[in-house]
Design a binder for this molecule. Structure first.
Ligand SMILES: O=C(O)CCC(=O)C(=O)O
Length: 303
């Protein structure tokens, strides 16, 4: 992945010396011990080609077909080119119901909640897997980014032995603003101690995210920010204490960056009730809190 001048996250330009590439782990797909080793060492494991690219592209087509209906992408929908506007509020009485129906699309779910994905996570976890029913869809509009956070604070009422899988739904080159990890942050015990046990739905006195100034943080700690060009079929597995956000979406084609993040644990372990069931309550309003495809002139997304 060549470094590209002008890459930003939350408008902070990322200098070459602190930008790095995610480590690849050939052979991880069928090797649970290797995945566990990488998660221990790095806090993440990048598994290239874990999913069938055609299935992933079909999920992309399903999602963007729905965003076409509400005027957020142009034809051909699969390209995901933003119109910069939305008719969602005008056309949908219930935005939560709209997002729920998109996130429960059968083609998308066949990628995230069945087949090779569950096999991969069973290999990692060493037993029958339970995914959270709630799925986070990220149609990230041009010029937007995710704030840097530990997932733990949003989903810590069940087992700690829980993993996030970030799945690009199509090609996500670095200019389209993929996920960005803070290298080595899973071992920053001092920072982790400030967030361990913090539950964003119980304690509203501070934000869930850690920062929207990743370059400042990386410089202070002598760390690098790492990502890669993602391809359809890749997945990135992370622990609950891997600090991450995203690059700004600077797509030259004005495309949405489309990805999902989903969570998996052993079926035998306690589960955080907010994220399971027919219509998970999430942070109180179910899928109503999802705002990922807001046009670029809307307020920045904080999480
Ligand atoms: O896709 C993003 O921008 C953020 C993803 C994320 O926060 C996650 O996977 O937990």
């Amino acid at each position: 992945m060549p470094w590209v001048k002008g890459l930003t996250s939350h408008q902070q330009e990322i200098p070459e010396e602190i930008m790095g590439e995610l480590r690849e782990t050939p052979g991880a797909l069928r090797d649970g011990a290797l995945m566990r080793k990488r998660l221990e060492e790095d806090g993440y494991v990048l598994v290239r080609g874990a999913l069938n690219p055609d299935d992933v592209l079909a999920a992309r087509a399903e999602v963007f077909g729905r965003l076409l209906e509400v005027g957020e992408v142009r034809e051909p929908a699969i390209e995901g080119v933003s119109t910069g506007t939305s008719r969602r509020k005008e056309l949908c009485d219930d935005l939560g119901a709209f997002w729920r129906s998109v996130c429960e699309g059968p083609v998308l779910r066949s990628v995230t909640h069945a087949g090779p994905m569950l096999d991969l996570m069973a290999t990692l976890l060493g037993g029958p897997v339970r995914p959270f029913d709630f799925l986070w869809l990220r149609p990230m509009p041009p010029r937007r980014a995710s704030a840097f956070h530990f997932d733990h604070v949003y989903m810590n009422r069940g087992t700690d032995h829980l993993f996030t899988v970030w799945t690009p739904l199509g090609e996500v080159p670095i200019c389209d603003g993929p996920i960005l990890l803070v290298e080595g942050s899973h071992k920053w015990d001092d920072l982790i101690a400030q967030y361990r046990g913090f539950d964003v739905d119980k304690d509203k006195s501070r934000p869930g995210h850690v920062t929207t100034e990743p370059v400042t943080l990386a410089r202070e700690r002598g760390a690098r920010l790492i990502t890669t060009d993602f391809h359809a079929g890749d997945v990135l597995i992370m622990t609950m204490f891997m600090l991450h956000g995203s690059l700004d979406n600077c797509s030259p084609q004005n495309r949405f960056r489309l990805s999902s993040d989903t969570r998996y644990q052993l079926a035998s372990e306690p589960v955080d009730e907010r994220w399971i069931g027919e219509n998970p309550i999430a942070h109180g309003v179910g899928y109503g809190s999802m705002g990922g495809s807001r046009p670029a002139n809307a307020a920045p997304i904080r999480r």
